[in-house]
Structure formats: structure tokens, C-alpha cells
Design a protein around this ligand. Structure first.
Ligand SMILES: [Zn+2]
Length: 223
């Protein structure tokens, strides 16, 4: 059985609001309400099963609401599966500017598809327009929505680059993502603070070392 996520948002309890909601997350929430359809009851059942399997009592007081909270959390973390992030790039503006446009340090949190643990970090997104530009905040929206999926960082980097290349037809696209993976810091090898860096370069950023060097100097420029 599939339950539309917007129907269940009405039963939010105050206990849920342990996090401050930014404008950005409100935007994401609105997008989810209109487009997401996640089977919350199936997730709730699965969480109960996991709690029992690890030796917990899912009916004890502190855990009673946990399956519902976790279901809502997954619906939010994976809301990008129901969305086309490229729609943010549909509105473009004619512009003769033909140098690098870079939005750097876009924060994001995604989910590693191997462990369903978060990886968090920043994305730097750059392009060289080919006669058309997009709104700067749209690049951040693309990163935000692409991040809301189970994935590996390598594919996330390529997905963001693909969307910009396809929708804007830019002369060059560069996406660099730096992130810390919980699956490396809190379990397994337990290396807190190690960063994974991935990079996808297209067009002139790939073929022209001078363009790529200029991009890297802009990314590394102090604030
Ligand atoms: Zn992992």
C-alpha cells in the first residue's frame, strides 16, 4: 500500500521538531508535499522489525513514535527520487558573459547507498555559459535535490554535471564535491575527519588546462 506523504504531514508532533528548519528545508518540504509518494507504513513496519532484531522492545515508551519519525526522515532524505532536479534549470537568460560562473561551498547532506548513512559536505559548481545563464540559486537547488537520494558521491558529482551540461548547453561544466562519509567515520575504519573529493570536468574545463587552473584557483581563493 502506498501512502502519499502529504497526507501524513498533518500529524506532525512537537516531538518531531528537534531541528531548526531553514528556508531551504521549508522549500524542500513544500516540494515533497506536492510530489512525493513514499510508503510510510512499510518503512514503519521495517523499523519495528529492525528494533526487534537488535534486541530492543519497539513497544517501550521511548520507541513508540520512532518508526513514524524514521519513516518521515527517510521520506525527506530520499525526496529527490520523486523529483526532476533539472526543472530548476529550465528558465535561462540570454547573456553575453562568457567567463566562469562559480557557486562554491554549497552545503549538502546525502545518503550513502551502501550503508544508508549520511555523507555531508560541500559542492562547488561552475560553468562557462554559451550565451545563456541560469539563476545562481538554481545551481544550489540542483545540488540540494540531487543530494536527496541514496547514492555514491561519484555518481552525485556526475549527475549534477550532466544536468547542467544537458539543460544549459554550457561550454564548460565543473563539479567538485568534498564530503565526510559517516560510514567511514562512525563504523568500519572509523576515520573521523577524512574527506572524499570527487571531480567531474566537462568541455573546456576538461580540455583546456588554463581554464581548469583558473577554476581551481577560484575554488581555493580565500573568502
Ligand atoms: Zn557507505
Amino acid at each position: 500500500m502506498s501512502i502519499a506523504f502529504n497526507e501524513t504531514l498533518t500529524d506532525e508532533s512537537a516531538a518531531d521538531d528537534c531541528c531548526v528548519r531553514s528556508n531551504e528545508s521549508r522549500h524542500v518540504r513544500r516540494a515533497m508535499m506536492s510530489e512525493s509518494a513514499v510508503d510510510l507504513s512499510a518503512i514503519k513496519g521495517a523499523v519495528r522489525t529492525i528494533l526487534k532484531a537488535v534486541g530492543e522492545d519497539p513497544d517501550r515508551d521511548g520507541l513508540l513514535e520512532t518508526p513514524r519519525r524514521v519513516a518521515k526522515m527517510y521520506a525527506e532524505m530520499f525526496s529527490g527520487l520523486q523529483q526532476d532536479p533539472g526543472r530548476h534549470l529550465e528558465v535561462t537568460f540570454e547573456e553575453s558573459y562568457d567567463e566562469i560562473v562559480l557557486v562554491r561551498d554549497i552545503p549538502f547532506t546525502s545518503m550513502c547507498e551502501h550503508h544508508l548513512l549520511p555523507f555531508r559536505g560541500v559542492a562547488h559548481v561552475a560553468y562557462i555559459p554559451n550565451g545563456r545563464v541560469t539563476g545562481l540559486s538554481k545551481l544550489a537547488r540542483v545540488v540540494e535535490e540531487v543530494s536527496r537520494r541514496p547514492q555514491v558521491q561519484e555518481r552525485m558529482t556526475q549527475t549534477v554535471a550532466d544536468l547542467i551540461e544537458d539543460r544549459l548547453g554550457s561550454r564548460a561544466v565543473g563539479v567538485i564535491i568534498k564530503a565526510e562519509h559517516s560510514c567511514m567515520s562512525i563504523r568500519g575504519i572509523r576515520k573521523t575527519g577524512s574527506l572524499t573529493v570527487t571531480s567531474t570536468m566537462r568541455g573546456a574545463f576538461r580540455s583546456d588546462p588554463a581554464s581548469r587552473a583558473e577554476l581551481m584557483s577560484l575554488i581555493n581563493m580565500p573568502n
